[in-house]
Design a binder for this molecule. Structure first.
Ligand SMILES: [Zn+2]
Length: 471
């Protein structure tokens, strides 16, 4: 029998605030253990948490970025459970009244529904030392602000899930909500997955795979679960509802706890934190600060600018790169030429030098000048690439680079004619062969002309003269 997977996601994203969500401790990654902890985030009795308004605004931005309704009213609850990385023995989260609800994100031609986004605090980290047989607790991460994005079970294959996670990561980065560094754990994904026989409507029993930290791991864990659950059903068994862990080395998932052991969190309203009200005016202000989202840019690049989907995808991948492109074509609207120069030559320079967009020495204004010089045939396309590489090195302006390096296209027709005649004279055999129908020889003859003239040659004009003279 063929089975269809039914998948929903819970995505945890750490917010890019300066301080933690309920205290003044710094919100940073790494560093020495237990150096960013205070009585509030370590849950000492008698301390009072205060909501970080920066975290509230970033959560609202996440809502706008993912097409959600951002609610004027939300409230915090306590989720009670004991674990050594949680010194308070409860987590402050939003249960009944989340800050955002009902979003939609389109991937792979399909609308994926987001049920809710809520704010909560992260727990600490346990470091297991197998050699010593001990575990140590690091509370630096306690109280780091998180949002949890909960989707409906709308995914039916790995590709949809992976495309969605990549799109969410991109949008959160664009909005400066989260740096989405999955390898550092600032974006973590839980996958809920069940399978059902094809042509049925009733979902099967699901397993939850916790804390996947790469797009590849998500794909492998889902593939493994589909096979595992299919084998159980094919042998007449029943899938049990449980939480599982994915082992990146073996590529397998293993049971962490079953439903019988599942927590009863005994949520109740957090008595120390008043509800959060956000006025319409404040929401309007937050919304006005939102940058254009990558999906909107993608549509503009492909529909209005005529770029190929692959080109548009590569440009929007990085916001700084896409911003630079937008500024450049805003000054001189040669969409394709700018895209070519940036994706090929600029990316090559960045890769070779391990450089960052934020450190580039030239401005969009200067790139626009270069593109216009190429477009107006002041320099050839080849020369434009060389000039860009020099701009990248030196930050000089394209016009002086072209002049100093003899890359300005020659408009001297007399010289062109003289050189074409010289090449014809030196290649009598080639010309003869052309007259006998060998048109490919033109490429060879043009090569001889470029060799003498260099990259500043007006190739179009040279070819016209050549064809005219050997006709
Ligand atoms: Zn603290």
């Amino acid at each position: 029998m063929k089975y269809i997977p039914v998948i929903g996601l819970e995505i945890h994203a750490e917010l890019l605030t300066k301080s933690k969500v309920f205290c003044g401790c710094a919100n940073e990654f790494g560093g020495e253990e237990n150096t960013r902890v205070c009585p509030v985030c370590s849950g000492m009795p008698g301390t009072l948490p205060v909501v970080n308004q920066g975290a509230v605004e970033l959560a609202a931005k996440a809502g706008f970025a993912l097409g959600c309704t951002v609610n004027n009213y939300s409230a915090f609850d306590r989720k009670n459970y004991f674990y050594p990385d949680l010194p308070k023995a409860y987590q402050i989260t939003q249960f009944q009244y989340p800050i955002c609800s009902d979003g939609i994100v389109r991937v792979c031609g399909k609308d994926i529904r987001i049920n809710r986004i809520h704010i909560e605090e992260d727990a600490g980290k346990l470091i297991h030392d197998d050699a010593e047989g001990i575990s140590m607790a690091d509370y630096n991460r306690c109280g780091v602000p998180l949002i949890e994005i909960v989707t409906e079970p709308d995914f039916r294959c790995v590709e949809e899930v992976q495309a969605f996670v990549e799109e969410i990561a991109r949008r959160l980065k664009y909005a400066d909500v989260c740096d989405a560094r999955m390898e550092q754990g600032s974006l973590r994904v839980d996958v809920n997955i069940s399978i059902m026989p094809e042509n049925t409507k009733e979902f099967g029993t699901r397993a939850e795979i916790k804390n996947l930290n790469s797009v590849r791991a998500i794909g492998r864990a889902i593939e493994y679960e589909i096979t595992r659950q299919t084998n159980i059903l094919e042998h007449g068994g029943r899938v049990t509802q449980e939480t599982r862990r994915f082992n990146d080395r073996s590529g397998e998932t293993a049971s962490l706890r079953s439903k019988e052991e599942a927590h009863d969190y005994r949520y109740f309203p957090e008595p120390d934190i008043p509800p959060v009200f956000i006025s319409e005016e404040r929401l309007d202000r937050i919304k006005a600060e939102m940058p254009e989202m990558p999906n909107v840019r993608f549509e503009r690049y492909t529909n209005e600018y005529g770029l190929l989907e692959d080109e548009a995808r590569l440009i929007v991948e990085d916001k700084a790169f896409s911003d630079f492109y937008d500024e450049t074509v805003g000054i001189y609207p040669a969409y394709k030429e700018t895209s070519n120069l940036m994706l090929v030559e600029l990316n090559r320079c960045l890769n070779d030098s391990n450089g960052k967009m934020s450190e580039i020495k030239f401005t969009p204004q200067m790139l626009a000048e270069l593109v216009s010089m190429s477009d107006k045939r002041i320099v050839t396309k080849n020369a434009a690439r060389d000039i860009l590489a020099i701009m990248f090195e030196t930050g000089s302006n394209p016009e002086s680079i072209a002049r100093e390096n003899n890359l300005v296209m020659s408009t001297d027709t007399d010289e062109l004619e003289r050189i074409v005649e010289q090449v014809i004279a030196q290649n009598a055999d080639g010309v003869e062969s052309y007259k006998n129908g060998n048109e490919k020889i033109i490429g060879f003859l043009m090569g001889q002309i470029i060799r003498i003239l260099g990259k500043s040659a007006d190739m179009k004009k040279a070819k016209e003269i050549l064809l005219e003279k050997i006709k």
